[in-house]
Design a binder for this molecule. Sequence first.
Ligand SMILES: [Zn+2]
Length: 107
Amino acid sequence: MICPKCEAEYVKGVTVCADCGTELITKASFAAHLVKHKDWEIVHSTDVMYEAEMIKANLDGAGIESIILSQQDKNFPASGDLSIIKLLVKKADAEDARLIIKDINKS
Ligand SMILES: [Zn+2]
């Protein structure tokens, strides 16, 4: 669970943020929340965690903030999409991020 306002993560069972009192949402809904309200964009989907982590490390190196969200969470609604790990960056960084990811995939 995660607070959509402070972006703090909480363990299962907690329903309200201890800091701001906002109702917590699942990580899966948080991804949708970021895309909808905070100008984040999904730049990569994969089912391989180390791939997502490698890309994140590369983006970090380039000074681009990114978030990895995975559906490994049992709460995540099942769907036909096998690419269960999603990498998000801010919209302003999306173009640069895509170029970096392209370079990684090439090598
Ligand atoms: Zn909060």
